[in-house]
Design a protein around this ligand. Structure first.
Ligand SMILES: *Cc1c(COP(=O)(O)O)cnc(C)c1O
Length: 497
């Protein structure tokens, strides 16, 4: 489809423009109809003197207005969404049916354990599955996001240092390709961070690691495969180096979608990791949540896990909070329980064999895109990629085109843009993660669009610089938006009392 063939959506009038004086959506009951008049309940000073300046329109107009606006959103249900690092896979509807089951969705968080045995059994089973997938025996489902899992784990590492009288260990090593949440979590947990360089191949530079290791290092945080979409093949060596130095290895598990059923962090020396259930285990996400970031740990770290822990005894499932070394609670109740039900449904629907297939297809799809686009777009690393592929806009630089322009032009063509300018170590990065849930036809159409954009970059660069051109919201003037922001709408009236 050429971009020109997509109809240009008409600009949507605001509710104030649709407003007509005196028109009503809802008629409030007449005075005297049995409902006490507000004026009788409120004091004189609390009463408005003038009607509020609200738009006046029929209910249907309001509903249609919002429905039209909602259809302007790009989502995984409407468009291909190759947003690198986010694993925007299709979320099977059966997960929603499971989570919507009244037994789950209407359970009050204050119920006693004996009243939610089904929930606790599901949590307990999910813990076992995640333990098996990660090769780490103990799980806490409490953290509410990946970053929260990081923080929880770092608090546990801190507690372990304290317990062993090793408070001089106050540094965490972080590769330069890491996600920004890694250093943030360290800082919040009271650690300092020390940077580790990536080598020419995009993997951790072992020499840089050796130099940074010392008696002050509590742990290293690694993402594997890393944010460049490259598997750290020397991970065994890295974990041995850390353990010999008395440090722990944390794995940011946001990229588990690449290795499910193929390899296990526990087997390659990881001591503690988090999962992003809202990425790997298929839960709608974006817009900030809700998510779930369970952590998995070794026997050694188990005593520090958050409470309560779910324990199974003859009488059924119970919640145990009597654990002296625990870091305490990190989230109200049991975490984002609805997300946990979705993840459980997803894992049950797939089973172990198919789960491995998820990763194999995710990796295949990314490499398919890599091969189809490698002539047109510069690849910063030679290494074949895992579940996502990082290109750069270097080939397009001659005509002044940047990664941002390519991303904006994709919106015209009906695609959510890939992640751009991340990882920070890659200049003008374009990070594409197709996931396993896309068909070859979709990938081909996307690659065709990317190739067309590469041609446009040579033949008509001004078009790219103006993109998006066929959307209701055009290119923002970012400089002006910062320097002379317009923060009020013309209809705003000064607030008076
Ligand atoms: C998404 C992501 C995170 C953060 O996870 P949230 O659930 O968004 O808090 C951390 N690290 C990496 C590599 C990620 O991709």
């Amino acid at each position: 489809m050429t971009p020109e063939s997509i109809p240009i959506p008409a600009a949507e009038a605001t509710l104030f423009e649709l407003s007509r004086p005196g028109r009503r959506g809802v008629e409030p009951p007449e005075p005297g109809s049995g409902i006490p008049e507000l004026a009788e309940c409120l004091g004189e000073n609390d009463l408005r003197r003038e009607a509020p300046a609200l738009p006046e329109l029929a209910e249907a107009s309001a509903v249609r207005h919002y429905t039209r606006l909602s259809s302007l959103n790009m989502s995984i249900d409407t468009n291909f969404y190759p947003l690198g690092s986010c694993t925007m896979k299709y979320n099977p509807r059966i997960n929603e049916v499971a989570a919507g089951n009244p037994g789950f969705s209407q359970a009050h968080p204050l119920y006693e354990a004996r009243e939610i045995q089904g929930y606790l059994e599901l949590f307990s089973r999910l813990e076992k599955m995640l333990a098996e997938i990660g090769g780490l025996p103990h799980i806490s489902l409490q953290p509410a996001a990946g970053a929260h899992g990081e923080l929880t784990a770092l608090m546990m590492i801190k507690a372990r240092c304290r317990e062993r009288g090793e408070l001089e260990r106050d540094v965490v090593l972080i590769p330069d390709s890491a996600h920004g949440t890694n250093p943030s979590s360290c800082t919040i947990a009271g650690f300092k961070t020390r940077n580790i360089d990536s080598g020419e191949d995009g993997a951790i530079d072992i020499e840089s690691l050796r130099e940074a290791l010392g008696p002050d290092v509590a742990a290293m945080m690694i993402t594997n495969p890393n944010t460049l979409g490259i598997f750290e093949s020397r991970i065994g060596e890295i974990s041995s180096l850390l353990h010999e130095a008395g440090s722990l290895l944390y794995m940011d598990g946001a990229n588990m979608n690449a290795i499910l059923g193929i390899t296990r962090p526990g087997d390659f020396g990881v001591d503690v990791m988090h999962y992003n259930l809202h990425k790997t285990m298929s839960t709608p996400h974006g817009g900030g949540g809700p998510g779930a970031g369970p952590i998995a740990v070794t026997d050694e770290l188990e005593p520090y896990l958050p409470v309560p822990r779910i324990v199974h005894s003859e009488g059924g499932f119970e919640l145990c909070a009597d654990r002296p070394l625990s870091i305490g609670k990190v989230r109200t109740f049991f975490g984002n329980s609805g997300i946990l039900v979705r993840a459980y449904a997803y894992l049950r629907a797939h089973g172990p064999g198919e789960l491995r297939g998820v990763s194999e297809h995710a990796v295949l799809n990314a490499n398919y895109i890599r091969r189809r686009l490698e002539e047109a777009y510069h690849l910063p690393y030679e290494t074949p990629c895992m579940h996502e592929v990082v290109f750069t806009a270097r080939n397009q630089k001659a005509t002044g085109i940047r990664a941002l322009d390519i991303a904006k032009r994709l919106i015209d063509m009906g695609y959510h843009p890939p992640t751009i300018y991340f990882p920070l170590v890659v200049h003008e990065a374009l990070m594409i993660e197709p996931t396993e849930t896309e068909t070859q036809e979709t990938l081909d159409r996307f690659c065709d669009a990317m190739l067309q954009i590469a041609r446009e970059a040579e033949e008509n660069p001004e078009l790219l610089k103006a993109a998006p051109v066929n959307q209701p919201v055009k290119r923002l003037d970012e400089v002006n938006a910062i320097k002379t922001p317009i923060l009020t709408c013309p209809c705003d009236e000064p607030v008076s009392d």
